[in-house]
Write a protein of this length. Sequence first.
Length: 307
Amino acid sequence: MAARAGKRRSKRTVPVVTLEGEEARVQLLEGVKGSVPLVDLVDGLHPQTPDSVGAVLPDGVKCLWPATSGGFIAVHQTPPSVFLLRWIAEDSPAPYGVEARYRDVRVALPYVIVLALFEGVWGRVPQLSSRNECFFSNQPLDVAGIDTELCYPALLNCSRFPTEPGRPLSWICTQNLDPERFAGRPSLPASLRDGLHALLQHLLESAFNLSSEHHELSSWYTESVAAGIDPRIASLEKWEKATHDDPLFVLDVPWLSSGRSLGAVAARMAAGNVDAPEPRPVRSRSRFRTSTEVARVILNAQGRQES
């Protein structure tokens, strides 16, 4: 009888998940156990996208897009305005780094669209990742929604990579963004608010230099100037003069098109920077197919308890 029982145990190769009363339990083959309240397990099985009911979303957040990583993409829109930017000086002794020298410039920008990716394992509050992207648009997202065509931003520190799967289209360089400023927030609204604030501040208020030209393929500012898309932005000095003459001229500039809609870019980011065939977000009901996947949610939420 003992031999038969041992034989049955040897055939089991997956975790055992049991539900009893208000508790969900898991036991792994190596004896590791964990348990969480059933309500926490149910919450963990759903994509961690903030519910707008009862939560005040930060100003400028236009939509939230579920990501396959268990997190979400926050789509933020900054309206056209004149910005005071710290831009690398022409006579800077270094293209980037501590020896670089900067000057203040006042230039107008069109709608600035930021896609901020919040990632996290199932059962934990997603935090801002380092995989965030920036684009321009000459019209608000309210007009065409997720079908809005996005353009590449004529900004330093927004990097162009070789066109290949797994590479971002317009990566926001966040090498010097300290994650401790916004990490470990206990709730989704707090994580969204603090992470997005830190990202936008880093994008528009930190120094613009030539890091992308040295570490990536290029920046989209360099690409836009080289393409000669508009004489009013052919140089930073001309951009400043055009801003002084008419701050809204930027809504007439034919910015370099990404050839993708907001929905297509969001779907691409959600799939790990691989072009997805279906650009509209669909929440899968078959995301968890095995007890192993459910067990991971329980152990992440509870922490491992050795038997």
